[in-house]
Design a protein around this ligand. Structure first.
Ligand SMILES: Nc1nc2c(ncn2[C@@H]2O[C@H](COP(=O)(O)OP(=O)(O)OP(=O)(O)O)[C@@H](O)[C@H]2O)c(=O)[nH]1
Length: 356
């Protein structure tokens, strides 16, 4: 059994757990909505059916009281994808259903059928609970919910005992169902995340691939513009890379690219974006830096590259720097200006930084 729960420990750091609970809310949201609606409709049908065969001391309108809030809450789950709110609404549905079970079962204790909806609830809802605590709270509600009806409805101890035994079985069953569902969903989440990372990350250098870099840089640039912050783009190209490949083989070229990426990564701050946008071409978005500050960072980067030793000497790079013009300049033109500056650095003799 502990294998079923192992995934919960594997859910990793807080960031990953948050991502996972949002993923669960997205995946389970439609099912929660459908189940809650079915629960509300089932309640209506059960009340009508029991009215036809039973004479309850409680008036019909009173037994129908939980229905409007139940329908309202069940309907609202269609639009909610925030994990905590979704869990709270789902728990509220269970509370309303338990109130309904008590209102309808109060006169029916001698026909054990009253116990049935109470037993159905934990099993039917077992797979929809997003977190461990939601599940525990729901099971507790399901177990304790019908007790007022049983304790104050004139049932004998034998019936209460029977109820407790069946409820324990129902909760054990739902625990297993939920564990299987949670394990399957966690595995799916892990695989999808891995796939997304593979698609977005360059296999050789571990940096962002071109399309992902452009996508994130566009978003970041919009944010930077809103905050009226400065920002610069660096366009970096390794020098004489073809001769490295031609003279020493592609493996030597690959090793140089890996080392180059690791130097860039070492010098980046949180919030900087780095992408491999061509074979030996890299782009960086540096939020918060003006042209002079970004030029200094580029110069530092250029010098650090000399630490990497190619078979024919130190690795050198040419870097172009361009500052974001806040008059609505799009990423493409900003990158094009940095690229032009980089080409100028090549023309000026390579191994240098040129600002646009
Ligand atoms: N080993 C290796 N080489 C790559 C990779 N991607 C691109 N290249 C090589 O990088 C080289 C780029 O050559 P060029 O564009 O002519 O530029 P260069 O020789 O660096 O000359 P300059 O940029 O003018 O200094 C080509 O030989 C590509 O095959 C890669 O992933 N691995």
């Amino acid at each position: 059994m502990h294998v079923l729960f192992k995934h919960l420990r594997k859910a990793g750091n807080t960031e990953q757990r948050r991502e996972y609970s949002h993923y669960l809310a997205q995946q389970m949201g439609p099912m929660i909505h459908a189940l809650m609606l079915v629960g509300a409709l089932a309640y209506l049908v059960a009340v009508i059916a029991s009215t036809l065969v039973n004479h309850s001391s409680l008036p019909l309108w009173l037994r129908l009281v939980p229905l409007p809030p139940l329908l309202l809450v069940a309907s609202s789950t269609r639009y909610v994808r925030q994990p905590r709110l979704l869990s709270s609404l789902t728990l509220l549905c269970v509370v309303l259903l338990e109130i309904g079970i008590n209102l309808n079962g109060v006169d029916d204790v001698h026909r054990r059928s009253v116990v049935l909806p109470g037993l159905l609830l934990p099993v039917a809802s077992s797979v929809i609970w997003l977190g461990r605590w939601d599940f525990l709270a729901a099971m507790l509600l399901c177990a304790l919910g019908p007790l007022p009806m049983l304790l104050f409805g004139g049932t004998d101890n034998m019936q209460v005992l029977q109820y407790l035994v069946y409820m324990a079985i129902a909760i054990a069953l739902s625990t297993v169902l939920r564990a299987f569902m949670a394990r399957t969903l966690f595995e799916q989440f892990r695989l999808e995340r891995q796939l997304r990372e593979q698609v977005n990350t360059d296999g050789l250098t571990g940096l962002l691939v071109r399309n992902r870099f452009l996508e994130l840089a566009r978003l970041a640039l919009g944010d930077i513009r809103l905050r009226q912050q400065p920002a610069c783009v660096l366009y970096l190209d390794a020098d004489h890379f073809k001769s490295l490949n031609d003279n020493y083989g592609h493996a030597a070229g690959d090793a140089a690219l890996i080392a180059l990426a690791s130097v860039i990564r070492r010098q980046m701050r949180q919030g900087d974006l780095i992408g491999r946008i061509g074979g030996e071409e890299f782009a960086m978005l540096l939020p918060g830096l003006d042209l002079q500050q970004a030029g200094a960072r580029a110069e530092q980067l250029r010098q650090s590259m000399h630490e990497i030793l190619r078979p024919d000497g130190p690795l050198t790079v040419s870097i172009g720097v361009a500052e974001c013009d806040h008059a609505g300049e799009v990423l493409e033109t900003l990158l094009a200006r940095a690229d032009q500056a980089m080409r100028q650095a090549k023309r000026d003799g390579r191994d240098r930084v040129v600002s646009a």
